[in-house]
Design a protein around this ligand. Structure first.
Ligand code: SAH
Length: 222
């Protein structure tokens, strides 16, 4: 792919990305490192060519297979919640790779990202997208994220991009002591709340944060 495509022009240019960052700051995102990474990571290469001009709007966009790329605010907020009060992470587990945009942001912040996606063609796209950015510290697997990724557990952080009705037990078990999970959970009325779960020596501390809207967390793989 041409350099010009990576950098973007017009609605995909650096100026458009700068405007997105300004909006994120107005919306309350304050972690300078995350803002800088989002400022310099092209988001338009993660969506279809036809949607590229909308890549920096504060909205979720379709990525095929009934799934969406999370809106920039959501990506920034979840990452910020994960990193609050900590400098770095060794290993992060991401459930719901989708197009790989959140994966790329995480890869620039941690040693290794382990990313699980249940829809194979989406995983393939994500691999292509992150290869364009020459990111090498990402491991992908095609699996049901409800099982986590036992082989590489425990994880210092877990970020879940689809909403289950209950936090999967395997994910809790694969969190290291002191580790943090950020996950949207849907209640019986269909409302979703973002939760941050911190594992302590003896149990799990749960913080209920803001209302969110994620695609459902589905079992099995396709
Ligand atoms: N961060 C991604 C979000 C994509 S939407 C992005 O911005 O592109 C959420 C993704 O979670 C979808 O790709 C969906 O297929 C995936 N997903 C849903 N349930 C899952 C599960 N049990 N295991 C793995 N992936 C899952």
């Amino acid at each position: 792919m041409m350099l010009r495509h990576l950098q973007g022009i017009g609605m995909t240019s650096q100026r458009t990305r700068d405007r997105m960052i300004k909006r994120l700051i107005e919306q309350g995102i304050s972690n300078a490192r995350i803002l800088e990474i989002m400022r310099t990571t092209p988001r338009h290469i993660f969506v279809d060519e036809a949607l590229a001009s909308r890549a920096y709007e504060d909205t979720a966009l379709p990525i095929g297979y009934n799934q969406t790329i999370s809106q920039p605010y959501t990506v920034a907020k979840m990452t910020e919640l994960l990193f609050e009060n900590r400098e770095s992470f060794g290993k992060i587990l991401e459930i719901g790779t989708g197009c790989g945009y959140q994966t790329a942001i995480l890869a620039k912040l941690v040693d290794v990202v382990y990313s699980v996606e249940r829809i194979l063609p989406l995983q393939k796209k994500a691999i292509q997208h992150t290869a364009l950015l020459k990111l090498k510290n990402i491991r992908y697997t095609h699996s049901d994220g409800g099982w986590g990724w036992e082989e590489f557990a425990p994880f210092d952080g877990i970020l879940v991009a689809a909403a289950p009705t209950e936090v999967p037990e395997a994910l809790l078990q694969q969190l290291s002591i002191g580790g943090v999970m950020v996950i949207p959970v849907e209640n019986s009325e269909g409302n979703q709340t973002l939760q941050r779960i911190t594992r302590t020596e003896s149990n799990f501390q749960i913080e209920e944060l803001e209302s969110v809207s994620f695609v459902p967390f589905l079992a099995g793989k396709e």
